[in-house]
Design a protein around this ligand. Structure first.
Ligand code: ADP
Ligand code: MG
Length: 363
């Protein structure tokens, strides 16, 4: 059976990452020079994939990588368990040293989450444990080249005091290791690093991951088809135009099209029409649910923008939107990652959602 060359669920393997050369180079340089960096971008824009690639590049250069996934952390004990799990998974020289440093603090790497779940007086204190684990990280990093990635870092904001705890333990060691914080909730990430009251205020350079270029999308489609003995025919520019730089949607649409073309066959215009129909029907329930969960002002703003109009122009007047409401709704959509600022104003981040809105509410 053929395996699709267009995986679109979850992060990619390092070798599958397309384009992003400048970003990856920049990030490798940053972690090597120990410049603390926060990587921001919408969900499914390829942050984790790009960072995995950076990780594999620096591992190849002999650097130890600690990968901490903070997705939906709910408590300090949770943060401690994630740190422990991350530290325990690093192989090699780092592991030997970390085990020694940990033992000195009576910590057995890899079993902390088990201990934290135990009941009664033998349960370690989660805050103290997190402090010890961060010490293990920084002390080991002082002796062996190390980069730590905190993925889904914005989740840290849900746990009282956790960002402060991390900052306290890391701030004196910025020179000893490479650190990248990545997160999908644009407003939360910004708040974490740019608000004066936040523990990580001015502690990192912000780097944004942008859309994939049209050129990158075209070549990933052409190559994916060619590598599996198919011809993409007229598909590449259609996919690039439809996906508007969105990496995951590009891959999903390409995968849908690819499934319609047999080995040795070439895609046609009809393949594209069929693809579009399939993508639309596979996603319409989700789009409907998302749209109906929004506030009225937000719905109107999205309709105006999907229709190509300014939310303060004719489109808005037709849709009856007072300026204050429009501004408020737009800000809230940007904060939640549904809208993004572009060179020409604002755009809907998810092209499939934008397409659904245009079809559901023709102007
Ligand atoms: N550089 C890339 N080239 C091709 N597809 C990509 C790229 N980056 C991301 N994708 C697509 O987007 C999906 C989600 O990527 P992921 O790294 O998990 O995004 P994020 O971490 O920003 O949510 C991947 O499964 C893949 O289909
Ligand atoms: Mg991710």
């Amino acid at each position: 059976m053929d395996v699709s060359p267009f995986p679109y669920q979850g992060p990619l393997e390092p070798a599958q990452v397309r384009g992003r050369d400048d970003l990856i180079l920049d990030l490798v340089e940053r972690v090597t020079e120990h410049r603390v960096t926060a990587l921001l971008g919408p969900r499914r824009y390829g942050k984790t994939s790009a960072l995995r690639r950076v990780a594999s590049d620096v591992i190849a250069a002999g650097v130890a990588v600690v990968w901490v996934d903070l997705y939906e952390v709910a408590s300090t004990a949770d943060v401690a368990a994630r740190l422990d799990d991350s530290l325990a998974r690093v192989p090699g020289r780092f592991a030997d040293m970390a085990a020694k440093v940990a033992a000195a603090a009576s910590i057995h790497l890899g079993v902390v989450s088990f201990e934290l779940r135990s009941a009664g007086s033998s349960r370690p204190d989660p805050v103290l444990t997190a402090h010890h684990l961060l010490d293990v990280l920084t002390r080991t990093a002082a002796n062996t080249p190390t980069v730590v990635f905190f993925d889904e870092f914005s989740s840290i904001a849900k746990v009282d005091g956790a960002a402060g705890l991390l900052r306290t333990r890391l701030q004196h060691h910025y020179q000893d290791l490479g650190i990248v914080f990545a997160g999908s909730e644009p407003s939360m990430m910004r708040t974490l690093f740019t608000e004066q009251a936040a523990p990580f205020y001015a502690q990192a350079d912000l780097v944004e991951i942008g859309p994939l270029s049209s050129e990158d999308i075209v070549s990933l489609v052409v190559d994916g088809f060619a590598d599996t003995e198919r011809q993409a025919g007229p598909l590449p520019p259609h996919i690039a135009a439809f996906a508007a730089g969105h990496p995951q949607r590009s891959m999903q649409v390409a995968d849908t099209a690819w499934r319609l073309v047999g080995r040795g066959e070439a895609a046609t215009q009809a393949t594209w029409e069929d693809t579009l129909e399939r993508v639309r029907s596979a996603t319409s329930d989700g789009n409907e649910r998302l749209f109906s969960s929004l506030q009225d002002g937000e719905k109107t703003v999205l309709r105006a923008i999907a229709g190509g109009g300014s939310i303060f122009g004719t489109a808005a007047r037709v849709l009856d939107l007072p300026t204050g409401t429009a501004q408020h709704a737009r800000t809230s959509l940007v904060n939640r990652g549904h809208l993004a600022r572009t060179a020409h104003g604002y755009a809907i981040v998810d092209p499939v959602f934008a397409d659904w809105i245009r079809h559901r509410f023709p102007v």
